[in-house]
Write a protein that binds this ligand. Structure first.
Ligand SMILES: N[C@@H](CCC(=O)N[C@@H](CS)C(=O)NCC(=O)O)C(=O)O
Length: 168
């Protein structure tokens, strides 16, 4: 077999991880309620307390003063996230008028939420659709999924007044 990586990529289409029903209820381990949080976001973070990616998401939420419920996942049984087809943490679930929007991957969570804070007129399900998972098979036959655009903010056509020239 050639050493060249053969990627058989299949982008997912349509709404990304928009749940029609809420995930099974688990009592939150902690409720972080920020007075003056006017984002309108209703978020639940599924996490391991010691996971660095989860820590990154908590730091983001705390820095921007966003309230959230926190569900600590048992790392052995993982029953709190059995409902999820995405098998890692952190996972954030946002209650939206369209359903329960699942956000996977710490970088995607931050990019999607920051894009929402910048322009809340675009709902999270729309923003989440700009971060499609892409599954590929590498030369060793391993299936790998990554989330496209996870480092990008979705400003649409808005003028952010931040061009390359502004950032010096
Ligand atoms: N790229 C992901 C990595 C997340 C990740 O690797 N999480 C680990 C915990 S630190 C995980 O859930 N591993 C699977 C498991 O524990 O079952 C992100 O940034 O969120």
């Amino acid at each position: 077999m050639s050493n060249e990586k053969k990627l058989l990529a299949k982008p997912a289409s349509g709404a990304q991880f928009l749940l029609k029903e809420p995930p099974p209820e688990h009592p939150p381990s902690r409720r972080v309620s920020i007075p003056g949080d006017n984002t309108g976001l209703k978020l639940t973070l599924y996490q391991y307390q010691t996971c660095p990616f989860c820590c990154k998401v908590r730091a983001f939420l705390d820095y921007y003063g966003i309230s959230y419920d926190l569900i600590e996942v048992n790392p052995v049984l993982r029953k709190e996230v059995k409902w999820s087809s995405y098998k890692k943490v952190p996972v954030v679930v946002a209650e939206t008028p369209q359903g329960w929007q699942q956000l996977n991957d710490s970088s995607m969570v931050m990019s999607a939420l920051y894009s929402y804070l910048y322009d809340p007129s675009r709902e999270l399900p729309e923003l989440a659709s700009y971060y499609p998972p892409l599954t590929a098979t590498d030369a060793d036959g391993r299936r790998r999924t990554d989330i496209m655009n996870k480092y990008f903010l979705m400003y649409g056509d808005r003028d952010t007044k931040r061009t390359k020239e502004d950032i010096k």
